[in-house]
Design a protein around this ligand. Structure first.
Ligand SMILES: [Zn+2]
Length: 308
């Protein structure tokens, strides 16, 4: 299980013993998790934003709160991983659990939400669901259908690995086959969602092919399922996609869509003039069939394992 004390101990070890001695123990170093000035302060702010979102939602002050700097889903209890230092989704979920709430976690980042899954793998109070590009092809190499939880948590972890080039149509089919029935069966008091947008066709780090239209439909479905909702950010490495996608998400949360025209200050800096994608690459029919068949195999296998 996850303990905040593990992080505090890591920070203390690093400051006392120096990075050279202890950095490797905690996942820091060249690569995905370099140490940089004010890292601790900035990462604490991200984690704090997620905890504050959970506080507002749990207190009933708002029905939904969006902490878009959060969503650092790869961090583990004792190590940084995949650009993630503190696992704010786990911290937010723990806050909600302490208020006596059952929590469902929905992760739509292109990468498997491994750190969150690991934190609650033996718990039946948290249902974790992750849809992602298969670990066969992408970091962190986990998130297969057989990872369904253990002990009391058996049946409370769900993973839908998808093939590279999966597009809106197949993604939405898989999402709707798995997520609404699992949420209805679990009956959470609150949903925590990680809304990574590195599923986009323009993202340089992954190979999924969603558009902002597909992403917005996913967000709308989560909204319709959530009794209370803590929304977090996540991955996204196409800089002209991230602000558009999360603005769309924010409009859905407000139940008041924003106009599709973008302000001149934005279009002067980034490409595109509309909030939604206005054109996007289409898969050839042969590839469409392949990604759909891959998704169908995974979804059917997962449903069998979870008696869904
Ligand atoms: Zn990601």
């Amino acid at each position: 299980m996850f303990h905040t004390q593990d992080y505090l101990r890591a920070v203390q070890d690093l400051s006392q013993g120096g990075f050279e001695q202890n950095g490797w123990m905690y996942g820091f170093g060249p690569g995905d998790n370099p140490v940089w000035p004010e890292m601790d302060k900035v990462e604490r702010l991200k984690a704090g934003s997620a905890i504050q979102a959970a506080e507002l939602v749990a207190a009933g002050k708002v029905e939904v709160a969006f902490a878009f700097a959060g969503g650092m889903h790869h961090a583990h209890a004792n190590r940084a991983s995949g650009f993630c230092v503190f696992n704010d989704p786990v911290l937010a979920i723990h806050y909600l659990l302490r208020q006596g709430m059952r929590v469902a976690y929905i992760d739509v980042d292109a990468h498997h939400g491994d750190g969150v899954q690991a934190a609650f793998y033996t718990s039946d109070q948290v249902l974790t669901i992750s849809l992602h590009e298969s670990g066969q092809f992408l970091f962190p190499g986990t998130g297969f259908t057989h990872e369904t939880g253990s002990g009391a948590g058996d049946g409370y972890s769900a993973n839908v690995p998808l093939a590279p080039y999966t597009d809106d149509e197949t993604y939405l089919w898989a999402f709707r086959e798995v997520v609404p029935p699992l949420i209805r069966r679990f009956q959470p008091d609150a949903i925590v969602s990680q809304l990574g947008v590195d599923t986009h066709y323009d993202d340089p780090l992954t190979h999924l092919m969603l558009s902002t239209h597909g992403f917005a439909k996913v967000v709308e479905t989560i909204r319709d399922l959530a009794p209370r909702w803590v929304a977090l950010g996540g991955g996204g490495y196409a800089l002209d996609v991230v602000p558009r996608a999360w603005t769309l998400a924010y409009g859905i949360m407000r139940d008041e869509p924003f106009p599709d025209d973008l302000p001149p200050a934005y279009t002067a800096r980034y490409s595109g003039s509309r909030l939604h994608d206005s054109n996007w690459p289409e898969l050839d029919p042969g590839s469409q069939v392949k990604v759909r068949r891959y998704a169908e195999t995974q979804v059917h296998d997962l449903k069998r394992r979870l008696n869904l």
